[in-house]
Design a protein around this ligand. Structure first.
Ligand code: SIN
Length: 289
């Protein structure tokens, strides 16, 4: 039976929309793929609920947004090398989890991922939500003076959680997601514009985040810290965010070029298993003027 019309409902004032009335395991109706992509460009992160997808169907849906890529330092599933399993077991308590600070995925790569598609396979009865923040609105809300200051600047990004500095020694990490640590290659820095031009919307977005940004280009970490801290506090203002409550079968697609996200680690004692695919991106463009 063909699928009927579907609805796109905003989730919060700044970003995020839920798309209802589509079964992603079945062929999409005529024009639906284009409407879904437009919804992503307009709402920056889109959500579907109640999906029952095999890994192959998750992969096929992800490819609607572009070619897939494999991120470094995180082990992909042996049977599905384009999927990573983001897992925390019920007995893993008081540990640091994947994505538990504001970030844009793997922003330290020369060509950071355009987006990700996260599918919930097992969710806690409460907790384990994910938040996203709108980096267009964060940029637009800055004063003219700050916009002028940031316009020509670049920031350095590195894969520091996977490098030799790594995460603090007293913080335990999950055994359930195989992440490589201590690789000196991950400490190599890449410079990206702080104000990034989105190639599809033509809008300017802030592009720094506390997980991967190390400093401003040409400055020390200590010199950079005050300005970066101001930007991080600004980027995560509640007005720029939306929060998604996962259930088994929920799926999110987000655009890493104009959002940050944060996986809330508040579900000790419960298992959470998500499958994530990553969509290839391009070198961030500087926004002229
Ligand atoms: C991620 O940062 O990709 C993980 C998000 C999540 O587990 O909610």
């Amino acid at each position: 039976m063909p699928q009927g019309p579907f609805e796109i409902k905003p989730l919060a004032g700044s970003l995020g929309a839920e798309i209802a009335g589509l079964d992603l395991a079945r062929p999409l109706p005529e024009g639906a793929a284009a409407r879904i992509r437009e919804a992503l460009t307009r709402h920056l992160v889109i959500f579907f609920r109640g999906q029952d997808l095999t890994p192959e169907q998750h992969l096929a849906f992800s490819r609607l947004f572009g070619p897939l890529s494999r991120v470094p330092y995180v082990k992909h599933m042996a049977e599905y090398p384009d999927i990573i399993a983001v897992l925390k077991e019920a007995d893993e308590q008081k540990i640091s989890t994947f994505g538990n600070a504001w970030h844009s995925d793997f922003s330290f790569l020369e060509e950071p991922p355009m987006g990700s598609v996260l599918y919930a396979r097992e969710t806690p009865s409460h907790g384990g939500d994910t938040l996203w923040a709108n980096m267009y609105e964060a940029y637009e809300a800055l004063s003219d003076g700050m916009k002028r200051l940031l316009g020509p600047l670049r920031a350095m990004h590195s894969g520091k959680p996977y490098g030799q500095g790594g995460i603090p020694k007293d913080l335990r990490t999950s055994r359930s997601i195989a992440i490589e640590r201590g690789n000196p290659e991950a400490d190599r820095e890449t410079a990206h514009p702080i104000v990034r031009l989105h190639p599809e919307s033509g809008r300017k977005a802030l592009f720094v985040n506390p997980i991967y940004t190390t400093r401003l280009e040409g400055m020390s970490e200590a010199e950079s810290r005050p300005l970066l801290d101001v930007l991080y506090r600004h980027c995560s203002r509640p007005e720029f965010t939306c929060r998604f409550r996962w259930a088994k079968g929920s799926l999110a697609v987000w655009d890493n070029r104009c959002t940050l996200h944060y996986a809330v680690n508040d579900y000790d004692g419960q298992r959470r298993l998500m499958h994530r695919t990553t969509i290839a991106g391009e070198r961030p463009l500087a926004a002229a003027g």
